[in-house]
Design a protein around this ligand. Structure first.
Ligand code: APR
Length: 426
């Protein structure tokens, strides 16, 4: 027997994009049906991203979705770049005039959002795979096993293997980078205080903070390398060699808790809207992990879509929805360009040759520019921290208690460079 439901907005996927949209729409009184193929436990235990950029933190806080992050997250406003034994601190908080990240694991955020979505009247339905979306130009239908949901709008937040593949084949522009990243969740003997990026002739290595005595370690590896090929000792040794002398100042990497491979690719779909189906998050674009932009852009999409849909249901004009696809494409390309620029800095090109010293020295020079007050440093800092304006229609968001150092910092970089665009124009 088929269960037949109707909803104003059908959301596919309970990742950060789908959950934020469900929370915001539900809180505005929009009737939402969120379908997720995996179990609640699987969704809430997926350890992935962990750096929440400034504007996204403000947005979540303005919507009452950041209690966990404010209670347990930690603010980070600098990163280190290491090359040829030299460590260079990039104080992007100062260079951007006070913008910073929150370090808060994605799985904790997802757990908070699942609870909030339920409280907002939009509880996710777990274990419900959507097999197809039909009638995209009229009243779209979500079809699952024994389930049919008729909607006014659908928001596809179903990740990189989206149903959008079949709705709009051939609309994705994609690039496969000529290397992959090994990613490992590791135990550390003390909390990691900031992100470290190390450029080395053997390849890139990185260490990112997570909670307490956990960190995420990255190593550049050849394309299609397999996790089984790496032993814990091999991972620790490669990291030490690539970080060089800077490794001495970092927390010691202990147990390797989990190892995987990130296939490094970028993708943007030409259109983030197909009739009455909007795409958000990885369904619309896939980013490499450099710069930690995937989660943040997913929330930005969800915020834009939610704002447009709320206006559509309130006044019926859909004025805010009209530019959705154009705004999302514009921002997706801007963020891809930033992530690609960072990757170019962090990896030597193929064919760097047997003597890469020239290229390494050039990278040090570039890092020095990024760490200095001035247009290049400010531009990098604003993009890295995601300093754009929060799109809360209720007005500016108050400065969080732990950001009271903003006034002190503002003299260093405010106004020195362009801000990233706000993710929802007013
Ligand atoms: N039916 C129902 N659910 C589906 C279907 C389907 N056909 N296909 C996928 N899903 C679910 C997945 O199980 C997953 O929970 O959609 C969800 C997609 O979530 P994410 O992959 O986290 O995508 P998104 O919300 O766009 O967030 C992506 O978060 O981890 C960061 O940086 C990372 O860029 C990434 C961002």
């Amino acid at each position: 027997m088929t269960l037949r439901l109707s909803a104003q907005v059908g959301v596919v996927g309970a990742g950060p994009a789908g959950l934020v949209a469900a929370c915001v729409l539900g809180a505005a009184g929009v009737d939402v049906c969120l379908l997720e193929k995996d179990s609640r436990r699987d969704v809430e235990e997926r350890a992935r991203a962990g750096l929440i950029e400034h504007r996204v933190a403000e947005y979540l806080e303005g919507r009452g979705l950041a209690d966990g992050m404010l209670a347990d997250g930690v603010r980070h406003a600098w990163c280190d770049m290491v090359c040829e034994g030299h460590r260079l601190r990039i104080d992007y908080g100062a260079l951007s005039g006070g913008a910073a990240h929150w370090v808060y694991p994605q799985q904790s955020l997802v757990r908070d959002l699942v609870a909030r979505a339920a409280a907002a009247g939009s509880p996710p339905r777990f274990g419900r795979r959507v097999r197809a979306v039909t009638d995209v130009d009229d009243r779209p239908r979500l079809l699952g096993d024994g389930l049919e949901v008729v909607c006014d709008y659908v928001l596809c937040c179903d990740g990189p293997h989206s149903l959008a593949d079949s709705l709009s084949p051939g609309t994705a522009r994609a690039f496969r980078y000529p290397y992959d990243w090994l990613t490992a969740l590791v135990a550390v003997d003390r909390p990691v205080e900031g992100v470290t990026y190390a450029v080395h002739a053997d390849g890139f290595a990185g260490l990112m903070p997570r909670t307490g005595h956990r960190a995420r370690l990255y190593l550049q590896v050849p394309c299609e390398d397999r996790a089984e090929r790496w032993t814990p000792d091999g991972i620790r040794a490669a990291f030490r060699a690539r970080a060089g002398a800077a490794a001495d100042g970092l927390p010691a990497v202990g147990e390797i808790l989990d190892v995987g491979m990130l296939r490094m690719r970028g993708m943007v779909r030409d259109r983030a809207r197909l009739g009455r189906v909007l795409l958000a998050g990885d369904a619309a674009h896939v980013l490499t992990p450099s710069g930690a932009k995937g989660l943040n852009l997913a929330v930005a999409d969800a915020a834009d879509a939610a704002r447009g849909l709320i206006s559509w249901f309130r006044d019926g004009t859909g004025a805010d929805l009209a530019g959705y696809a154009r705004r999302r494409a514009t921002e997706a390309w801007q963020v891809q360009e930033f992530a690609d620029r960072l990757l170019t800095l962090l990896h030597l090109p193929e064919g760097a040759g047997s003597d890469p010293r020239f290229l390494l020295r050039l990278r040090r020079e570039r890092m020095r520019h990024l760490g200095r007050p001035g247009p290049q440093g400010a531009e990098f800092a604003h993009w890295y921290a995601g300093s754009g304006r929060a799109p809360d229609p209720r007005g500016p968001v108050g400065v969080p208690a732990r950001m009271t150092d903003r006034a002190e910092l503002s003299g260093h970089g405010e106004g020195n460079g362009p801000h990233p665009p706000p993710f929802v124009p007013h």
